[in-house]
Design a binder for this molecule. Structure first.
Ligand code: SF4
Ligand code: SF4
Length: 428
């Protein structure tokens, strides 16, 4: 096992700031594809009127998750916009807000009393129709992840509240402010998985969240809140399974085959909203942090341009060197601030020009730090070199597929080579 590198957190201000509702955008830029799996196509056309929560893009394939309108208004264009999920421009539906806040009919949902007698296939249908995907960054459709084959027994549900990304606090605020909703969401997931033991995994540093979770889950059967001392890398599902349950998933196997499902708290919150309120996934909590006047957590509509959020929060755009979304280590540096919030935008982190140290890269000095820091024992520098030469076959032989995209190799590299970016490319 590699020595897990400790990465200091920059959370003090944001973690103490309650979630604030960010106003709806004038024009929402809703990317038709934000999920892993099949490609969605628009179900609306230019000139159509849409309502809040109305489905606007979908796919027929099983591994998919639809997209819904976050606002009411008119579809004014359908064309490419920068998509931080794929680090490239992809199709987007532009909706002009009519400010009428007209809501679509809620999705089919159930009461809490009906949960025990609701068939699992009906619950999975609600989760699918609500467009829920892994909000911890993975983006895989949740209805597929939770449809575990009947012959696979799930022993443990790990509820991932570790939020290791050094600047992110959105999950922490959800655990503090939406604890009761998490209890409801966990009941749904537990039922789907055949009643496994539940461990709510968070970090001991989340001092406000831990007692709230302990109290809220105290009466739930076979449930434990574990406030552990975890490194950043142990927020990854596979690493968490190893840290909490003591075993690894062998290469080529999925964690459910080992009897474990790991589900992030923001996703569980969205599941409760869908199953009990009929709400599709049209907004999420995201952290605004870094070189900003006031670090905070915002409930923001999917499709809101990042530029709107920065301007409304008095961030001087001309002073910025870069803006990273989805976590400074695992996320993406935006190519344009016109990029919209996606279901996977857990944070928006700003870096000012005068605070950024020299970003010039030089040749590898063979210090070996990236190799000893990689939590899954890869050789990041060797994979990077293969990618630079265009030898993706070699990158594959070097197990690039096992990369958990934690970004630690780039973090420790003294000459700032874009190691994790290139390993990610090899994986793709
Ligand atoms: S990004 Fe991938 S290669 Fe780099 S340290 Fe993390 S797991 Fe290893
Ligand atoms: S950390 Fe950077 S400089 Fe050191 S071996 Fe890896 S790539 Fe080379």
């Amino acid at each position: 096992m590699a020595n897990l590198v400790h990465i200091p957190e920059v959370k003090d201000l944001a973690r103490k700031t309650p979630i604030e509702i960010f106003p709806d955008p004038k024009i929402a830029v809703v990317l038709t594809n934000q999920q892993g799996g099949a490609t969605n196509t628009p179900t609306v056309k230019i000139g159509d009127t849409v309502t809040i929560g109305e489905k606007i893009a979908d796919a027929k394939e099983r591994v998919s998750a639809p997209i819904h309108s976050p606002i009411s208004g008119t579809v004014i264009k359908i064309e490419n916009a920068y998509n931080s999920c794929f680090e490239a421009p992809t199709e987007a539906i532009y909706i002009e807000n009519d400010n009428k806040k007209t809501k679509a009919k809620p999705l089919t949902c159930i009461t809490e009393a009906e949960l025990a007698n609701t068939k699992n296939e009906d619950l999975l249908k609600i989760i699918r129709e609500a467009g829920i995907i892994g909000l911890g960054g993975a983006g895989f459709p949740t209805s597929i992840k939770l449809a575990v084959p009947a012959d696979k027994k799930i022993e443990h549900l790990l509820v991932n509240g570790a939020e290791g990304e050094p600047y992110d606090t959105a999950d922490e605020r959800i655990m503090i402010e939406r604890t009761a909703n998490l209890v409801r969401g966990v009941r749904v997931v537990r039922k789907l998985l055949g009643n496994p033991k539940v461990i709510i995994v968070t970090k001991e540093s989340k001092v406000e969240a831990v007692p709230k979770l302990e109290e809220a889950f105290s009466k739930e059967p076979n449930t434990e809140v574990r406030a552990a001392h975890l490194t950043y890398q142990q927020g990854d599902a596979a690493m968490m399974q190893k840290a909490i349950l003591g075993y690894e998933t062998p290469a080529g196997k999925r964690s459910y085959e080992m009897g474990t499902i790991v589900q992030n708290v923001a996703t569980i919150n969205a599941i409760a909203n869908a199953v009990f309120e009929g709400e599709p996934l049209i907004s999420r909590v995201t952290t605004l942090n870094g070189d900003v006047p006031k670090p905070k957590n915002l409930q923001v509509k999917i499709g809101t341009p990042v530029k709107d959020i920065l301007s409304a929060n008095d961030v001087n755009l001309s002073t910025l060197s870069s803006v990273v979304v989805g976590g400074v280590l695992m996320g993406t540096a935006l190519q344009t601030l016109d990029a919209p919030i996606t279901k996977r935008t857990s944070s928006i982190i700003c870096f000012a020009k005068d605070k950024v140290k020299n970003t010039k890269t030089t040749a590898c000095i063979h210090c070996g730090r990236c190799v000893s820091a990689c939590p899954v024992r890869l050789q990041p520098v060797a994979i990077h070199n293969a990618v630079v030469k265009g030898d993706f076959e070699l990158a594959g032989k070097l197990w690039a597929n096992d990369c958990i995209a934690c970004g630690t190799c780039s973090y420790v590299c003294p000459v700032r080579l874009p190691l994790s970016h290139n390993v990610k490319m090899a994986k793709q």
